[in-house]
Design a binder for this molecule. Structure first.
Ligand code: HEC
Ligand code: HEC
Length: 298
């Protein structure tokens, strides 16, 4: 065999072996990461009851995404199934048989919802708790009051089937779970009066960050299947989707219909819940997005 052929064969074999080792290592690292313990201070957090809390909790549960992944009845449901190894379902969080919250104390709700950490200290893998980290104590307590008032429904544990490439990227630290993205030292958000103001808009926009990025500059949704489009840029600047929305009415129509002003459907966005946002929420969002500084990259 000519020397250069032998050399390149050797190089190719080494490459394959190294890549194989990286995949195996990445997969094992993913296991380690899913089973790591996240230390949290047990922040005091007062539960709420009463009609006001239930009504606020019902609205937040319906409009902040819980419905999409746990179902209206809380029994859990499949929310992604691409037929190629990616299947995700939220667990039963109603008080019915198979509930994963049967033994939840206030501190467990706090850790799961605002920090992405289960009662045993392990991270949640998929749930976008970074979107909920900025919920105020009162709103977090309202959601808990509502979830605890749900009728018992039968359901099971979460389904988390991730294709190998996603597990490898996660193990190698290229896809982070919510617990890794949240700054756990931040004190709970201070309440902002509800109204059509940039301040309230900023509060609502916290739940867009998991997909649209911390600066709402858009880009790949972390861990998204390859056929998902990039999340749009919401902040001002070149390519901002907001250019298509001349006023808050146009944005409201998009959230209610799931379609752009030109009639084309917006993909991926969870409209079952986003369509349930209040008019005040959407008008405030519009004001806030218009006042954002343009981030450097999109
Ligand atoms: C995008 C889907 C998604 C959204 C939105 C979502 N969840 Fe989850 N949730 C999950 C998945 C998946 C799990 C299983 C744990 C994981 O992520 O690894 C889970 C787990 C939970 C758990 C149980 C954690 C444990 O102890 O095992 C609770 C409680 C919960 N979610 C409540 C909520 C509430 C309340 C909301 C709305 C404020 C919400 N979730 C929004 C997908 C979601
Ligand atoms: C589960 C991920 C996800 C969440 C949560 C989400 N978005 Fe999106 N959003 C996307 C993706 C992906 C696109 C690009 C869709 C496309 O190109 O069809 C998009 C597109 C948009 C667009 C552009 C529509 C157009 O005209 O092209 C706007 C505006 C928008 N999102 C606003 C929001 C706001 C505001 C929130 C929070 C209240 C939010 N999104 C929450 C994933 C998400």
């Amino acid at each position: 065999m000519k020397r250069w052929i032998r050399r390149s064969l050797w190089a190719a074999t080494t490459l394959v072996a190294v890549a194989g080792a990286a995949v195996v290592a990445g997969d094992e690292l993913a296991d380690l990461k899913m089973n790591r313990r996240v230390e949290l201070a047990s922040a005091p957090f007062a539960l709420r009851s009463g009609a006001d809390a239930l009504e606020r909790g019902r609205h937040l549960y319906a409009s902040r995404g819980c419905t999409d992944c746990h179902g209206r009845d809380g029994a859990g449901r499949v929310f992604v199934d691409d037929g190629r190894g990616l299947k995700l379902a939220g667990p039963n969080i109603s008080p019915g048989p198979g509930s994963v919250v049967a033994n939840y104390r206030a501190v467990d709700w706090e850790h799961t919802l605002r920090h992405g950490v289960k009662p045993d200290g392990r991270p949640l893998m998929i749930m976008p708790s970074e979107d909920y980290n900025r919920l105020t104590d009162a709103d977090t307590a309202a959601i808990v009051a509502y979830v605890r008032s749900l009728a018992p429904a039968a359901g099971g544990r979460a389904v988390l089937e991730l294709p190998l490439p996603v597990r490898v990227l996660s193990g190698l630290g290229m896809i982070e779970d919510a617990a890794a993205r949240i700054d756990h030292r931040l004190p709970p958000a201070e309440p902002v009066p509800e109204g059509v103001t940039p301040g309230h808009g900023r509060y609502v926009a916290a739940m867009c960050q998991g997909c649209h990025g911390p600066q709402l500059a858009g880009g790949r949704v972390p861990g998204a299947p390859p056929d998902w489009p990039d999340a749009a840029r919401l902040a001002p600047g070149p390519g901002s989707a907001l250019a298509r929305y001349p006023d808050a009415d146009a944005l409201l129509a998009m959230f209610r219909s799931g379609h752009r002003p030109d009639g084309s459907p917006v993909r991926v966005m969870p409209f079952e819940s986003l369509g349930a946002m209040s008019e005040v929420d959407v008008r405030a969002l519009y004001l806030y997005l218009k006042t954002l500084p343009a981030p450097a990259r999109g």
